[in-house]
Design a protein around this ligand. Structure first.
Ligand code: ATP
Ligand code: MG
Length: 403
């Protein structure tokens, strides 16, 4: 297993804390991923310095008090944000998510004991080496997630760990040790105690992971606790679609929801507090997906114009769900349309509303009506997309009236 080479900013943070007589170690995902030889997304450090003591040590650096009540400061060192947390032990958990209180501690082992999985509960120091009290290194070698301590208790304390387990197993393509896995199923109803934003964040992490398909299949009943609109009998189809679809979140979400009704997916996205932009994209992908692919050129142009921003996602989802009727012919025609730069939406027309006003078409709904007619015209025959032809046609349709 790789000996982690720590970024300069991590080494400097450890040195600065030690020069002030404190202890400091790299912990969490940064260490886990480095040991696996993976590029880390972020680095967490743990120290016996309290937040006030840390503020003193890092007084020359930019500090953000991102979780000061839980002992966490973000310190920017050489442009890299580091999350540094005081050793702590958690009090009782009464709401299945947050400890009633946290107590700062001077003991590294106490701090490691509160962490979720053995592979996340190691600490590393460039000179002292790896501190591994729970067999995390062995579990890393076996590519296995195992709760620290009694898994039932740990999931009961904080149900978010259930989704963290699925997200990490998906990201790293790890198995979940059997007692941990069993406990996770057993406690999954407690997911109702977790805030929607956190659920969504972990869900997106699960979908993005390289073992997303397997995790969805194996833990479908857990996902049902947060998305009861999904149907158990669709598990396999959903897993396959998520795994094969384009790796962008709105497309993966569309794959996840592709067997549901529009009202069901709307409810789920609302409940998960998904941002408007993403949810609209998901709905649009699924709306386009639900339609048979057109085969005639004008209809293809109309379809491509209507779903322009998600066309790739619709094709990808059709492919991933083996809904491939007419797909290759459709793709070929889309390619030709793109190469010829056929007009697909109002923005592509050689005239705009302003031009129509100048032609004497009255302001108001008639402008929209005529523009739509022009678009229909160029869908049929893109060569008509010239100012001259369009203006001539505009006055013709306008004379005929917008009724
Ligand atoms: P990544 O950053 O790759 O998403 P991570 O494991 O670093 O994964 P963070 O949320 O950054 O996740 O948390 C850092 C560390 O804090 C974890 O590795 C773990 O030791 C501990 N931790 C985070 N959340 C929990 C939790 N809910 N219960 C127990 N320990 C946790
Ligand atoms: Mg992290």
């Amino acid at each position: 297993m790789t000996i982690p080479t720590l970024p300069e900013s991590v080494l400097l943070a450890i040195t600065l804390l030690e020069q002030a007589s404190f202890e400091a170690y790299l912990v969490g995902g940064g260490l886990r991923d480095s040991l696996l030889g993976l590029q880390s997304e972020d680095y967490d450090l743990t120290t016996d310095a309290t937040p006030d003591e840390m503020k003193y040590v890092f007084s020359g650096y930019r500090i953000h008090e991102i979780g000061i009540d839980h002992g966490t400061l973000q310190v920017i060192i050489k442009g890299m944000p580091l999350e540094i947390t005081t050793y702590r032990s958690d009090g009782l958990y009464l709401d299945h998510r947050h400890p009633q209180s946290v107590r700062f501690s001077r003991s590294l082992s106490e701090d490691l004991a509160r962490r979720d999985f053995t592979v996340n509960a190691m600490a590393f120091h460039p000179k002292k080496g790896l501190i591994d009290l729970y067999g995390g290194r062995q579990d890393l070698q076996n590519r296995c997630l195992r709760a620290v301590g009694d898994p039932l208790e740990r999931f009961h304390e904080d149900a978010l760990r259930i989704l963290r387990a699925l997200r990490l197993a998906s990201k790293l393509d790890f198995s979940i040790e059997s007692a941990t896995s069993k406990a996770l199923f057993q406690e999954s109803r407690l997911l109702s105690c977790i805030a929607s934003e956190r659920i969504l964040k972990e869900l997106l992490g699960i979908l993005k992971g390289k073992a997303a398909g397997r995790i969805i299949m194996d833990y479908f009943s857990v996902l049902l606790c947060v998305m009861p609109e999904l149907n158990e009998k669709d598990a396999e189809a959903i897993a396959k679609a998520v795994e094969q679809v384009r790796s962008v979140s709105h497309c993966q979400l569309a794959a996840l929801f592709h067997r549901t009704r529009p009202d069901e997916r709307r409810d789920m996205m609302k409940r998960l507090r998904m941002d408007k932009r993403t949810s609209q994209k998901v709905l649009k992908v699924l709306e386009g997906y639900s339609q048979p692919l057109p085969q005639e050129l004008p209809a293809i142009r109309r379809f491509a114009g209507q779903y322009r921003d998600v066309l790739r996602d619709i094709i990808s989802l059709k492919e991933a769900t083996s809904d491939t009727q007419h797909l290759s012919a459709f793709r070929k025609k889309i390619k030709v349309i793109a190469q010829r730069r056929d007009p697909l939406s109002l923005d592509d027309l050689a005239v705009d509303g302003e031009d129509l006003l100048q032609e004497g078409i009255p302001n108001g709904p008639e402008i929209g009506y005529v523009l739509d007619k022009l678009l229909e015209l160029v869908y049929e025959d893109p060569s008509k997309n010239t100012r001259r032809s369009l203006l001539a046609y505009a006055s013709e349709v306008s004379k005929n009236g917008s009724q």
